[in-house]
Design a binder for this molecule. Sequence first.
Ligand SMILES: [Zn+2]
Length: 132
Amino acid sequence: MAIIVGIFSGLIWACFASFAGVIGERVPAGKSIGGRSVCVCGRELLNSENVPVLGYLSVKGRTSCCNQKLPIRYFLTETFSLLLGFIFGLFIGSAIEHGGGVIVWFIWLGITVVGAFAMIALNWRKPKTEVS
Ligand SMILES: [Zn+2]
């Protein structure tokens, strides 16, 4: 049980980290957060390239179209969030196993929401021309 909650939590956190990267990059630049991520050459990223952590690994940190280096911080923040979310989920899952009840889920949700905003704050940067 705890391991399942851990995996679930880790995946959610990795997706939030990925999305926080998009928000932190585009909102300060006045761009829309809707729409697909594009390479500096204008090509839209593939679904497989958009998957947190694995997307970066699948292209070995470079875009498949023009061999542009992808910023390592995306990979690092996503991996870090995945691990953090996983460990946090293990505690939550364990608390549920020990009869923590529904309140435990609210604690998870509360900290996850705070974590998501913290990730956006960490990813917030001045407009720059970079793969986003
Ligand atoms: Zn490209």
